[in-house]
Ligand binder design. Sequence first.
Ligand code: KIV
Length: 273
Amino acid sequence: MAGYISDDARRVTTHRLVEMKQRGERISMLTAYDYTMAQIVDGAGMDVILVGDSASNVMAGNVTTLPITLDQMIYHAKSVVRGVKRAMVVVDMPFGSYQGSEFDGLASAIRIMKESHADALKLEGGMEIIATVRRIIGAGIPVMGHLGLMPQSINKYGTYTVRATEETEADKLMADARLLEEAGCFALVLEKIPAELAARVASELTIPVIGIGAGGAVDGQVLVIQDMLGMNNGFRPRFLRRYADLFTVMTDAISRYISDVKNADFPNEREQY
Ligand code: KIV
């Protein structure tokens, strides 16, 4: 079985992620939303586990990330934290929990940290939320930024297409990235932007830059676990590499179970008391 097992069993921290960038070691990051999946992802040696608000899509079946609540994110985060020994657990602050005032944002951040025992938070946005980012970091909570395609703003964009292809938006993204680094963010996610722009951000910032649909010249990669395991047959964007076809594997297993039950073939004599 091909794989990468780190010989470093220590917990992954903000400090260690910066060290990884400095020595050119790429950072692996994947989402998880429940205990069982988190145990598997952590056991495989993942550096960072993101309890993404993509839970709204892949766990709850919503069309966007907007409906998921603070209570629901805390539920997912607590479940993930219980399954993790080594990876850093980062939790997305859900839409509406930090865009009001910096004090609302801080209160939501403190709730997530106190109730879930996660390691860090992720917020979408740059200049518009910088006071909140500073306030949360000021309370000692590590913040990961998120720029480029920001799914919580999908109703503003009206499309999931690549962001920052025009100079004005690219310049704003660059300025926001610098601002987030200055504010003290420990890392930055760049979603669905041109690879060249992402490479410029990663080479200019000293904090790690993690990409999704942002090319290979950044410091790490993140994907949604259901997508990379091929559980979601209809979702095949260009940036996605599918490492398994679990849709087929699971459908086949479930069909065989149905057929065994219907044929009174399960349970057999060895499978009963
Ligand atoms: O919610 C999420 O899964 C994310 C990743 C796509 C980066 O924010």
